[in-house]
Write a protein that binds this ligand. Sequence first.
Ligand SMILES: *Cc1c(COP(=O)(O)O)cnc(C)c1O
Length: 350
Amino acid sequence: MKNIKITKTEHSTLSKLDFDNIPLGKIFTDHMFICDYENGTWNNPRIIPMQTIASHPATMALHYGQAIFEGMKATLDSNGTPLLFRPNKNAARLNFSADRMGMPSFPEDLFLEGLKQLVNLDKEWIPKKKGSAMYLRPFMYADEHFIGMRAATSYKFIIICSPAGPYFSERIKLFAEKKYIRAATGGTGEAKAAGNYAAAIKPTENAKAKGYNQVLWLDAVEHKYIQEVGTMNIFFKINGKIITPFRDGNILDGITRLSVIDLLKIKGFEVIERPISIDEVKEASENGTLEEAFGTGTAIGIAYIQEIGTDEEIIHVSNNSPVGEDINNTLNGIKIGEIQDTFGWMIPVV
Ligand SMILES: *Cc1c(COP(=O)(O)O)cnc(C)c1O
């Protein structure tokens, strides 16, 4: 593997950070990892002081949208060692997304090594308060200057870090979207591609204006089968069983989803991955068998769903989510080393 050259900042901004009041997504650490793709290979992996990158107006990502990303978190255990949650899954998923978007794959060992060295260098930025973490954002985009529709020949892979204060899972309201769609079979729904978010922004703003927190995406053909929520996968507990939409190529293959399925199974629940329609959820709500619903994703962990609105009516879910809360506590406990990690999920950064 290539050597990662490290240039440390001479102007740390760490002392300016108020750890009791961290504005989400607005503060970035002192350093970033960056690597350039040119002439068919990834070159010059390096860690440098956080800085802006000048863009040529013809930078292809700005015009044709070859841009993908990952989202993960570094937490601290009780000894102050940073821990990464299943980072190999993110490295693999980045390459899945890259393939779908016609982009080159990034070496997974270099992804992990770059990530570890960056987190280690900026570990003082990880907030110590329980429930906090440092959000990590690996991403790749086409940076060739060219006007024309084809795969770019040069790309950048970058990792930036942003400290995040304690997060408390709230109860959220979803709007089941029947006009706009997120993903259709054969499209890019399973890729963590920037363009998927671009198309989701307007419907999400509409939902927020109606008093909802997020959009619940339905299938593109019948607007009937549930796909996922904004940046989360979704689970329902109906009549004692856990149901989550199966991976049909239109939903994001969430690492939290995967892990929650494992945790539910060892806790003795039957987890069924299958298509589930909004009508089935409505019926379960009406006949009293809809016990819980929750969303899963790295940014929030587990979000308890209180209600789902459609243009016609409101589907009431529940005011408490004992199973969701138990899973959330277990997951959070594993992430800080308080609950034994029998799965081997956590990777220490040493
Ligand atoms: C990232 C993401 C998720 C959650 O994936 P995790 O790996 O659990 O963070 C779910 N849905 C979409 C659309 C996403 O982009």
